[in-house]
Design a binder for this molecule. Structure first.
Ligand code: PEP
Ligand code: MN
Length: 346
């Protein structure tokens, strides 16, 4: 249930209304819309008498939200959510920051897996020079085969944190189980991979954490299921979430997955959370990544996450879909122009 407050009502009056509503047993989140305060009610809202609320002199409108996701719903929070990350080397200068959401088009780049210090440092330096805002790299890898490289684990996290200190780029890496959470203290954004999108215990725990979450769409999940996964995290108190379309299963296996570009404008309509696209896992083919990255800008995405490897032919994971640093640099030069047309900055 949404209650739009009339413009110009004082904060004290709004707080009194919130207390009265919470005394009925619902939880109320207040957020600033473009011209008015909007109260979002979650919990058992059947206890609320719509007519009585409508009659309140502070209230402009009362809307019952049909969708099962409430906190992730744009009706609850009309303005875009923008996440801000501190970055820059730890010097005496004030730390710079990068954002995801709003007018930024954020590029996250790096190898599928952290493989060695040399590999990570060289890729981090290269992608930073080309203008990436974040470094990605998997330390704990969800692999289809138990015989494939499973990632460097804790050592991979240490290398990422070192690469972050050296390059100044915030880092994103995947967490597969909650017992690993303490290792992620210096990680800037925790990735929940496609295979874990509906690991509800994991989502609940991440709701209690303060870390930004990159939530990837499950390969057989609907848009509503993705939003409900975000809702689990938000219900626990963490609303720092970036959604990621990474391709879904279809009948045509020419590409690794089917990139559902249409879900991007649909998500942007339904939720205030930023939405990014992963053209690497969606296509599985490096030569398709530039076209799909440009398309991501055109459909209104807030960024992309792209795999870049210093030596794709010898990559321990996902080499076929990884760009070389040079290919990534060419792509960035193009993307800046496309972003400008859409009024976004990289
Ligand atoms: C990844 O980003 O390396 C990854 C495993 O992604 P996904 O969960 O989308 O398959
Ligand atoms: Mn990968």
């Amino acid at each position: 249930m949404i209650i739009a407050i009339k413009p110009g009502v004082s904060r004290d009056e709004i707080n009194k209304l919130i207390t009265d509503l919470e005394n009925l047993g619902v939880k109320v989140d207040a957020s600033q819309g473009s011209s008015q305060i909007v109260l979002g009610l979650v919990g058992d809202t059947t206890v609320i008498n719509d007519e009585a609320v409508r009659a309140n002199h502070l209230v402009e409108r009362v809307i019952r939200v049909q969708e099962p996701y409430k906190r992730a719903n744009r009706i609850f929070h009309p303005l875009d959510t923008v996440l801000e990350f501190k970055c820059g080397k730890e010097t005496a200068n004030a730390a710079a920051s990068v954002k995801i959401g709003g007018p930024s088009f954020s590029v996250i780049a790096g190898p599928c897996s952290v493989e060695s210090r040399e590999q990570l440092v060289s890729v981090a330096e290269a992608v930073k020079k080309s203008g990436a805002a974040f470094l990605r790299g998997g330390a704990f890898k969800p692999r289809t085969s138990p015989y494939s490289f499973q990632g460097m684990g804790c050592e991979g996290i240490d290398l990422l944190v070192k690469a972050k200190k050296e390059s100044g780029l915030p880092v994103v890496t995947e967490l597969m189980e909650i017992s690993q959470l303490e290792l992620f203290e210096d990680v800037d954004m925790i990735q929940v991979g496609a295979r874990n999108m509906q690991n509800f215990n994991l989502l609940k725990e991440l709701g209690r954490s303060k870390k930004p979450i990159l939530l990837k769409r499950g390969m057989a999940s609907t848009m509503t299921e993705l939003l409900m996964a975000a809702e689990y995290i938000m219900a626990g108190g963490n609303s720092q979430i970036v959604l990621c379309e990474r391709g879904i299963r279809g009948f045509d296996n020419f590409t690794r997955n089917i990139l559902d570009l249409a879900v991007v404008p649909a998500l942007k309509k339904k939720t205030h959370l930023p939405v990014i696209v992963d053209p690497s896992h969606a296509t599985g083919l490096a030569w398709m990544v530039p076209a799909m990255s440009k398309a991501a800008i055109a459909v209104g995405a807030d960024g992309i996450i792209v795999e870049v490897h210093n030596d794709p032919e010898h990559a321990l994971c996902d080499g076929e879909q990884s760009l070389t640093p040079e290919q990534f640099d060419n792509l960035m030069n193009k993307l800046r122009k496309y972003a400008e047309i859409e009024g976004k900055t990289i």
